[in-house]
Structure formats: C-alpha cells, structure tokens
Write a protein that binds this ligand. Structure first.
Ligand SMILES: [Zn+2]
Length: 145
C-alpha cells in the first residue's frame, strides 16, 4: 500500500467537511465569492469555459469558513500541482481537459434539481447538460467518489 494513498485517505474527510460547510455558507450568503483575487488584487477575466475565475481555497481545513478567494494563477501557487493524486488541469490552459476530479466532486455537491440543475451547472463548468447529468447521476467519472 503506497504512502501516498494512505495519506489521501486520512485527509479526505477534512477536505469534504470543509467543502460542505463552505458550500452551505455560500448558499446562505455568509460567504460571498468576490470578483477580485485576495492575493494579487487583480480581477481576472471570466474563463472561456464559463467557470468562475475566482476560486475558493482553504488555507486550513480545520477552519472551513476561512476561505481565501484566489485567481487561478494564485490558487496554483498555493496548491501544488498533482496534490490529491491526479494531474491538476486548469481549464483556460488545457481546453481538452475540461474537468478535474475536484470539479466532479464539486458538481455533485452543488447539484440540486430545479434549484441548481444540470443546465446551470453545466454552463458553469463549460460542459453540456447531458454530460453534467451523467456526472451527477454517477454514470460518468465513476472512479471519483
Ligand atoms: Zn491572484
């Protein structure tokens, strides 16, 4: 059993809990996604694939509501590429790799029929409604928990 695997296994619940809490806070309006980056202060242009250009980053997963809002460049600086297993792609730079495993998990968390449906979700991630449905219904990306 690889060291890498067991480390991820241990840390995963913290990631999930922090993400869930942050998501609820966003839904309730406690956390608001700004349009400027907290680190460099720039206002990044919207991404070609329609994804939010400011991303939520948890500097400390023990503080789920302590979210840093960063542009893609700064987010990449604070989050080493490859952390969590697979390669990390950024939509604007790798148009062929539209989704990451994190995207898929986020989509499944965000999906709420009639409230935040497949059409809206798909637009946000730059993929079709059909693909979105397959992902949230776990017919695609089935290797992602
Ligand atoms: Zn930035």
């Amino acid at each position: 059993m690889s060291k890498h695997w067991s480390e991820n296994r241990c840390r995963q619940p913290f990631f999930e809990k922090a993400r869930q809490k942050a998501r609820r806070a966003i839904e309730k309006g406690i956390l608001v996604r700004p349009d400027t980056c907290e680190m460099c202060g720039k206002k990044p242009p919207p991404m070609k694939n329609g994804r939010a250009s400011i991303q939520g980053h948890h500097p400390n997963y023990d503080e789920p509501l302590n979210v840093q809002w960063l542009c893609v460049k700064c987010h990449r600086k604070v989050t080493p590429i490859g952390k969590g297993g697979g390669k990390v792609f950024f939509g604007s730079e790798n148009p062929q790799a539209k989704l990451t495993e994190d995207d898929v998990r986020l989509m499944r968390e965000l999906y709420k029929p009639w409230v935040f449906g497949a059409h809206r979700l798909g637009k946000m991630f730059g993929i079709s409604k059909q693909t979105t449905l397959e992902i949230v219904k776990r017919k695609a990306w089935t290797h992602v928990e």
